[in-house]
Each structure stands twice: as C-alpha cells, then as structure tokens.
Design a protein around this ligand. Sequence first.
Ligand code: SAM
Ligand code: SF4
Length: 320
Amino acid sequence: MKDGYNRKINYLRISITDLCNLRCRYCMPEEGVEKLTHKEVLSIEEILEVAGESVKLGITKVRITGGEPLVRKGILSLIKGLADIPEIQDIAMTTNGILLKKYGKALKEAGLNRVNISIDSLDPGRYRKITRGGEISQVLEGIEEAMKVGLKPIKLNTVIIGDENEEDIQPLVDLTRKWEIDVRFIELMPIGEASNWSKEHFLSNEEIYQRIEGLIPVKRESGSPATYYRFLDGKGRVGFINPVSNHFCGDCNRLRLTFDGKLKPCLHSSQEIDLIPALRQGQGSLEELLEFATLQKPEKHCMDSDEYEILVRNMSEIGG
Ligand code: SAM
Ligand code: SF4
C-alpha cells in the first residue's frame, strides 16, 4: 500500500518487549523499567494476528526488536508463526547479541533470516560502561554463532557518543576487513534518556566519516537508510545512517508496532493508534487501522527544527 506521499509501505517493525538484559545509557534508565502485567503486553498470538493482517496491505518484511527480543518468552514460536505467513519474505531481528550464542541455531531453524547486532564498543571496559554491565565477549560469541548458523547478512549497528567511545570507530570498522559483515554508524538521537544530553555527546556521521581513512563509496541500495562504503581490502561494508543530520524520510517504507499494541506511523512523532480495542473487544477492524496508520505517516520528521516535540518514550519501548 502507498501512503499519502506515494511511498510504498512494505516493512513492519515489531517491538515485542520493553524489557532488556542491558541498560544502555542512552536508551534505558539505570533501574530498568517496571514490568507490565501480561494483559498490558500483546501476546504472541496477537502479534501474529496483526502481522497476518498487515500482509493484506502489502507488508513483506518484518523486523523483531524491543527492548531485547531474546528475553521475551515465546520468541521461537513467534518466528515460526511469521515464517508460516507466505507473504512475509524477510524476517529480521535487532538484538544486543548477548543471548545469540544460546538461541542462534534455534532462531535460524524457526525461520529467522538475519540479524542486526548492536555493539558500541569492542573494549570490555567501555562496553560495560555504556551498557551498564554488559560483557562484550558474549556479544562476540553471538556474532560468531550468527555467522556459523547463517543468520546473514549480518549488520552491526553502532552509536558513537562524543567523549565516550570515539576510540572505537577504527577497531569497529576494521572488523569489515576480516569478516563479511556491515558495520553501520547510527547517529545518537535526542530521544528518551538521551533527550537532555549535552551537545558534545552528539557527533554527526559526517564527523565520523572524516575520521576513517580509505573508504570507497558503494552503490546505494534501494530501501536502505544507510549510505555504504568499503575498504579496498574489505570483505564487508561501512555504513552511515543519519537520522538527525540528513533525514531519509523520502524513502520511508515502514510502520511500527509497539509491545503494548500501538501502531506508530513515524518513529519521531508521538502519534499512536491503539489496536487493543480491535484485538480484544472486536471494536473496529485491524486492516482498517493499519490502513489508517499508513495514511497518517507524515511527509518528514522535524527533529532538527524548533517545532520538534521531544519523544517521551524511550527507544527501548519503540525498538529503533
Ligand atoms: N535491544 C536490541 C538492540 O540493542 O539491538 C534492540 C532494541 S534497541 C532499542 C535498537 C537500537 O536502538 C539499538 O541499536 C540502539 O543502539 C538504538 N538506540 C537506542 N536509543 C538510541 C538513541 N537515543 N539514539 C540512537 N540509537 C538509539
Ligand atoms: Fe537494551 Fe537495546 Fe536499549 Fe541497549 S539499546 S538498553 S540493549 S534495548
């Protein structure tokens, strides 16, 4: 289905929990979030019902995110259920990778195609500090497992925080020389926990790009928000996703579903469409609400303008 600006919407991102086994400083409060009751969270069956309806509007790609999707009970049956919907051609997951060594093989067997793994530092101390306690060795084991079981192509997503992990830029991009993976820099967004952070923490991707020598441009992929480069001896690519400095709204192809049953037409807007009455009380049709959300998509976000209304939800609730 096309939205009001002639963009084809074929991608559904589903945040299946707001809980996480890490506490990244820009994403989650140190004390974590209060655990909601079962009733406040969509069940696996309800998520599958929404996904099943969404394909009628032309959704063909689904990404599972969170919070940390691998802490949600029932994750394997969710992936199996999605894989059983014939119209869905691509099932991906965004994960911090901590539990990937444990679940990688079962996820692949259930029908997951690929993973994006978030990794902001290769240094054990800095990784522990940013994630408030995470062990980088577990993530590296997770990446190796993902490669072994074929959850490919693998993309590593990195947020660089000024004065925090700038030293990690080079070691992270060097991974693309030894492994056939993409390392992508995502600009830190002033959302939730990071909404009041001081300016020196926000580095533009242009600044990061300038610090890396030897990058050669690669042809742009349609439908991807990233601009890619590679090293002459590179097996993988280095990507830049610039939601703040250079928005890619013109190519937006997505809707978001939150763990508590709201559709978000745009990541950067507070507008949400509640699916619970349709799912639980038979009030209204899911298909019509999905269509409504698609038509509510704004032309572009205004994060870099004075009109921007800071988002109250943390990224851990929306899933990025
Ligand atoms: N727990 C999973 C993970 O970390 O990959 C999935 C959910 S996490 C919210 C998805 C992505 O959002 C991560 O790559 C994280 O770095 C990113 N993220 C969270 N808060 C952010 C912010 N304020 N600005 C930019 N990216 C952010
Ligand atoms: Fe958890 Fe991902 Fe947020 Fe880190 S970025 S706290 S891993 S949800």
